[in-house]
Design a protein around this ligand. Structure first.
Ligand code: GLN
Length: 189
């Protein structure tokens, strides 16, 4: 778990319940022996600044480029995007996903909403998705694949090799299939 900021405890609980050995990553040395990483929801502008202040930004970038499996939710999806619109001045992302994300695409905190999504990759039962000031994927480049779309066609989950990202928060709804799917990637890697 990247544990600089955000709801990393909720993710850690889900991962541990699925049998994963969970460690918290805050500094470069914490990456030693890590087989995969989850980047939680929170605030991408703050996470970016803290990652650079703690000296973990560049090492993380290198590990992602080298193929480490990473799953990002919401702010974590923003951190994984190659391109960002509506970022703050100077905001950087770790990158890896060939997508353009738009921050706060659904409006402010009190415009948060929940909906059910059909995600064939995870089986027939719909995924209950909670959006909390989440981003939307504005453009999906040729290297990335959309996994889920809203009824209006906007993309809210993507996959690219060992990278997985969702605009929403499975870690707070009892939905474990994304984490299971991700742990499958970690095991395979
Ligand atoms: N709006 C936040 C950001 O820009 C993301 C919100 C979330 O992670 N729930 O990083």
């Amino acid at each position: 778990m990247l544990a600089l900021q955000g709801d990393f405890r909720e993710h850690a609980r889900v991962l541990a319940s699925l049998g994963a050995d969970v460690a918290l990553v805050r500094r470069a040395e914490d990456l030693d022996g890590i087989a995969g990483l989850v980047i939680p929801g929170g605030e991408s502008t703050v996470m970016d600044k803290l990652a650079r202040t703690f000296g973990v930004f560049e090492p993380l970038r290198a590990r992602i480029a080298a193929g480490m499996p990473v799953y990002g939710t919401c702010a974590g999806l923003i951190m994984l995007a190659d391109r960002i619109v509506d970022g703050i001045e100077g905001q950087q992302t770790l990158g890896g996903l060939d997508i353009t994300v738009r921050r706060n695409a659904f409006g402010s905190q009190n415009q948060s909403f929940e909906t059910d999504l059909d995600i064939p990759a995870l089986g027939e039962r719909p995924v209950h998705a909670v959006f909390i000031r989440g981003p939307v994927v504005d453009a999906v480049g040729p290297a990335a694949t959309p996994l889920a779309t809203l009824s209006d066609g906007r993309v809210v989950a993507v996959e690219q090799g060992n990278l997985l990202g969702t605009s929403f928060h499975p870690e707070i709804t009892g939905e474990h299939r994304f984490h299971e799917y991700f742990l499958g990637k970690v095991a395979a890697a």
